[in-house]
Design a protein around this ligand. Structure first.
Ligand SMILES: [Fe+2]
Length: 237
């Protein structure tokens, strides 16, 4: 039987091995004792985005909301037909096609979406994208300002909770902005490759911006967006 200490060491070693993975979620080696998925650590200190997003918001958002999605998924998965899925993305894509797995889909997608959101942000982000990416944005949107406007419009047009995404549309061979409701994610559409996202659920901004969702989205775009993450995702697409 695995002791708590050795299990922690195992998880730490696995975490270290996967630290370079863009979406840090894994199947633990001891499935009888360890949860299937772990809450990924933030890629920066919880206060690093202050004052654009406060440490209080990050602590609640990551430590309560994101953590709850992970816990719910770990609780639901063992009693589902998705126990054999090899990855979080496979769980999302299979459960999206099955209305009976809606609760698993919601929690699995929210785990993935939040991990992607944290990576889409960085302290002292925003500003001018790297030159190749800037050229691509100019070609597909007309200008960085037009992409910004499309992002803010999508954030305010999204009715209720959801997400705004910069994606590569492989059918149209161009970058575009899409919005999704609740837990929905572009991962369920084969032709869309997510490049960055902004969480527009109220829990992402209400402590800092109250109902001013557009101000929050503008501040994230201008001051936090991680253009290097966008460029890396586009290069892999
Ligand atoms: Fe969120």
């Amino acid at each position: 039987m695995t002791t708590d200490l050795s299990r922690r060491q195992l998880l730490a070693a696995t975490a270290a091995a996967l630290a370079g993975s863009p979406l840090w979620a894994h199947a633990a080696a001891d499935k009888t004792a360890a949860p299937r998925f772990e809450l990924p650590p933030l890629p920066w200190d919880a206060s690093a985005l202050d004052p654009v997003i406060s440490a209080s918001t990050i602590a609640q958002h990551h430590g309560k909301h994101h953590a709850a999605y992970v816990a719910n998924l770990n609780r639901l998965l063992p009693n589902s037909p998705l126990t054999d899925a090899a990855s979080l993305v496979e769980i999302i894509q299979r459960s999206a096609r099955n209305e009976g797995s809606r609760t698993i889909f919601n929690n699995a997608a929210q785990v993935w979406n939040h991990t992607f959101y944290w990576q889409s942000l960085r302290p002292k982000g925003g500003g001018t994208p790297p030159s190749e990416l800037a050229k691509r944005i100019e070609a597909d949107f007309g200008s960085l300002a037009a992409l910004r406007e499309a992002t803010l419009t999508a954030s305010t047009d999204q009715f209720g909770a959801g997400w705004v995404w910069l994606v590569l549309d492989k059918n149209q061979k161009k970058l575009t902005v899409v919005k999704t409701g609740n837990a929905d994610t572009p991962l369920t559409q084969e032709h869309l490759v997510p490049l960055a996202t902004i969480d527009v659920w109220e829990h992402a901004y209400y402590l800092d911006y109250q109902s001013r969702r557009k101000d929050y989205a503008a501040a994230v775009f201008d001051k936090l967006l991680n253009w290097d993450f966008v460029a890396t995702n586009l290069a892999k697409a």
